[in-house]
Write a protein that binds this ligand. Structure first.
Ligand code: GLU
Length: 475
């Protein structure tokens, strides 16, 4: 038995050595990608979302690594695909009926090469290890793109906030933080919101952290203005997406004026997108929920934008309510908005909400720009369809980075104990988005002038983290 295992161990070592051979001209890139993915798949079975996120990066970054001597043979991407630390914990709490409930909590501390772990917390029944690992992996690249000193992390629980009372939400947040507070801190790991975690939840989480640790620090972002939050943080993700889309359109001499825009989702991100796209002269005609999508031919503007906040706060998760309130709107049950003809499409709901069929519909209907607002909303084949048809397409890790960038600005304000005006924060946000767009262009521009933003974002995000990891040694 010992002989066999030693032999297979040796085989494994050999296999690994081959993959990391030094830079050379006949480096077979496709084979490298396949071998890399085979190892990642073997290590992370049953994690489809995580593998999808890693593959998207691998196919663009491995060819780049092959052209850079300093990056080959260092297993940089392999190290980035292994969380520095994964914390999984029990979250027991008592509901309003007095019944004990048990949820599973997570914090993935993915990469701290360029700063403390940073990334949101998601409360949703679909939360599992695969989903949070994909989000934490994406976050590492996204945070790097912002140019701010933030590593990558993500957390959450399989808790469903829908239908829960305010007291239940508070007790759950307290139970979650009772464990998480042992692993985070303003110089270690700074969580924020994500799906199912907004200002209310951040407040309860912050209160519990402060009580247990007896520290008032910027340990969370997305805080209320009264206790260290930043102006513009609620709008930041959506505004940033639209600033990014504006830059994409500019590359072909266009802007938002008169453009028909399809948006999915109706949460915080969708709200910010609709607000800014409308302000810039676009006409947003759709939003969506888990129940279907709304088509409003008159455009979602004015009081309808404010209604989105009400819709979200209702906790009903029903886009249909919008059509009941505004007669100009039609509700399409069980469908996604990608069948509607538009110039600009902005998926702002959740992962894998835009598939190949949807991409085909959008392209056939003449879409010119697809700017992701959610994290990984498009499947890989949908992305390839956009790229193949030379549609302007940007991945969420680039275009939605304005949210976490503004979290970074909140951290700065907390550290210097000052609050900036909304104009100042907005100006910095815009500058950061323009900078990310430029980085994507620099690394993603192809010979015919088309910008492959997927390639650009992945390589630009990779380079900063890789440089820091190389400088810090094998740790
Ligand atoms: N959850 C957001 C994201 O996906 C924000 C994270 C943060 O502000 O830390 O980037």
């Amino acid at each position: 038995i010992i002989k066999i295992s030693v032999a297979s161990f040796e085989k494994k070592i050999k296999f690994v050595d081959n993959i990391n051979q030094p830079f050379m001209e006949n480096y077979n890139v496709d084979q490298k990608i396949q071998e890399f993915m085979a190892r990642i798949e073997a290590k992370n079975p049953n994690e489809p979302e995580f593998l999808q996120a890693v593959k998207e990066v691998a196919v663009t970054v491995i060819p780049f690594i092959s052209t850079r001597k300093e990056y080959t043979g260092k297993k940089l991407l392999e190290r980035m695909a292994e969380p520095e630390r994964t914390i999984i914990f029990r979250v027991p709490w008592v509901d309003d009926k007095g019944e004990i409930q048990v949820n599973r909590g997570f914090r993935i501390q993915m990469n701290s090469a360029i700063g403390p772990y940073k990334g949101g917390i998601r409360f949703h029944p679909t939360v599992n290890l695969s989903v949070l690992k994909f989000l934490a992996f994406e976050q590492t690249f996204k945070n790097s793109l912002t140019t701010l000193p933030m590593g990558g992390g993500k957390g959450g629980a399989d808790f469903d906030p829908q239908g829960k009372s305010d007291n239940e939400i508070m007790r759950f947040c307290q139970a979650f933080m009772t464990e998480m507070c042992k692993h985070i801190g303003p110089e270690t790991d700074v969580p924020a919101g994500d799906i199912g975690v907004g200002a209310r939840e951040i407040g309860y989480l912050f209160g519990q952290y402060k009580k247990i640790r007896n520290e008032f620090t910027g340990v969370l972002t997305g805080k209320g203005l009264a206790y260290g939050g930043s102006l513009i943080r609620p709008e930041a993700t959506g505004y940033g997406v639209v600033y990014f889309a504006e830059q994409m359109l500019k590359t072909i001499g266009q802007d938002f004026k008169g453009k028909t825009v399809c948006v999915s989702g109706f949460g915080n991100v969708a709200w910010g997108v609709v607000k800014k796209a409308t302000e810039l002269g676009g006409k947003v005609v759709t939003i969506s929920g888990p129940d279907g999508y709304i088509y409003d031919k008159d455009g979602i503007s004015g009081e309808k934008i404010d209604y989105l906040l009400e819709l979200r706060a209702s906790g009903n998760n029903r886009a249909e309510d919008y059509a009941k309130k505004f007669p100009s709107a039609e509700f399409h049950a069980g469908k996604r908005p990608w069948e509607v003809k538009c110039d600009v499409a902005i998926p702002a709901a959740t992962q894998n909400e835009l598939h190949l069929e949807d991409a085909k519909n959008l392209v056939a209907n003449g879409v010119i720009c697809v700017t992701e607002a959610a994290n990984m909303p498009s499947s890989l084949d949908a992305i390839n369809h956009f790229l193949g048809n030379k549609v302007l397409f940007s991945p969420g890790k680039a275009s939605n980075a304005g949210g976490v960038a503004t979290s970074g600005l909140e951290m700065t304000q907390n550290s210097i104990r000052l609050n900036w005006s909304s104009e100042e924060v907005d100006a910095r946000l815009k500058e950061i988005m323009i900078g990310i767009h430029k980085a994507c262009r620099d690394y993603g521009k192809e010979e015919d002038g088309y910008v492959n933003y997927v390639k650009g974002a992945n390589i630009a995000g990779f380079v900063k983290v890789a440089e820091a990891m190389l400088a810090q040694g094998v740790v």
